[in-house]
Ligand binder design. Structure first.
Ligand code: HSE
Length: 316
């Protein structure tokens, strides 16, 4: 009997997208939390999903609806026609949290399939596969979670067709407090509340802040970064979807956070700090504020980390 083929496991990190003024075009990868996907070759063509765990039974199991299998199918159809893989998905990230959960599953699958079939595909192709899966899960194929999830660090996406990814410098002392209150916000709902039109003066301010943010990262100037992480377009429209958000943010700013805003579509709230201890203090403040608002959840403190990667030994 043929020996079973080895499983290849990939880890893909949580991401914080938008980062204030960078709606749909800027995001970062965190170090520690994320999703895992195992992949192995099979003789039959196409994708099979053998197991999903850690999602409380909430994610779709259908191959054309689960983001891990959608990304894997996209890759096979374009880059390995006639070949097949089996997948197992372990969710480490909460669903509908604003931590790029759907994107992390897609990215872990893309990386695991690429390695299991020894395709050696470039990052842009893996991002395209995961972006396609985001489109299925959230209604729009936004790249600002999956790009940093694959590439790691802080990534700007200046163009989609063709896809361009720009890695920005990561200041050494940048720490994040990330708290996910106990309410979930579907990305599609959080996008439905956004204004269809924005006054020109607001877009000018937002463009200036995004420019300042890029400058601050190049300078490694965390105070300037804090000034830049402000969003007067998307955040005000979404604040009411997150009970206690405005109070939590005010408490963080009062306590000396460099900045505080909504991670992606929310409800996860992030606060920036220039050292770990301050980030831990900000996490406590977020915890207290959301508990007070009746939506206690959970949080963690983290730095910016690398992108999705294989975590089992390579085949050769
Ligand atoms: N940029 C997207 C949004 C991220 O804010 O809707 C969603 O994960």
């Amino acid at each position: 009997m043929a020996k079973p083929r080895p499983w290849i496991e990939a880890f893909a990190p949580a991401t914080v997208s938008n980062l204030g003024p960078g709606f749909d075009c800027l995001g970062l990868a965190v170090r520690s939390e994320g999703d895992r996907v195992r992949a192995r070759r099979r003789d039959e063509a196409g994708v099979a999903l053998l197991e999903v765990e850690g999602d409380g039974g909430k994610l779709p199991r259908e191959i054309d609806r689960n983001t891990a299998t959608v990304a894997a199918t996209w890759l096979l159809e374009r880059h390995a026609p006639g070949r097949g893989v089996e997948l197992m998905l372990h969710k480490g990230l909460p669903l509908g949290s604003g931590l790029g959960s759907s994107g992390a599953s897609a990215c872990a699958a893309a990386v695991a399939v690429d390695a299991a079939l020894e395709l050696g595909l470039p990052a842009t192709v893996l991002v395209e596969a995961a972006r396609h899966a985001e489109g299925i899960a959230c209604g729009t194929p936004h790249p600002d979670n999956v790009a940093p999830c694959i590439v790691g660090g802080i990534v700007l996406i200046p163009a989609l067709d063709p896809l361009r990814l720009v890695s920005l410098p990561v200041p050494e002392r940048l720490w994040l407090a990330l708290y996910t209150p106990g309410c979930s916000v579907a990305t599609a709902d959080a996008r439905a509340v956004l204004p269809a039109r924005v006054p020109l003066s607001d877009t000018v301010t937002q463009a200036a802040r995004l420019g300042l943010l890029v400058h601050a990262l190049h300078e490694g100037d965390l105070a300037l970064l804090g000034e830049a992480v402000v969003d007067d377009i998307v955040e005000p429209a979404r604040a009411s979807l997150i009970p206690g958000y405005l109070e939590a943010k005010a408490a963080c700013v009062e306590a000396g956070a460099l900045a505080c805003s909504i991670s992606g579509a929310g409800p996860t709230t992030f606060a920036l700090a220039d050292d770990e201890l301050r980030a831990r203090a900000l996490l406590e403040i977020l915890e207290e504020a959301y508990t007070h608002a009746g939506v206690p959840g959970r949080g963690f403190v983290d730095g910016v980390g690398p992108g999705a990667r294989v975590t089992t030994p390579r085949l050769h």
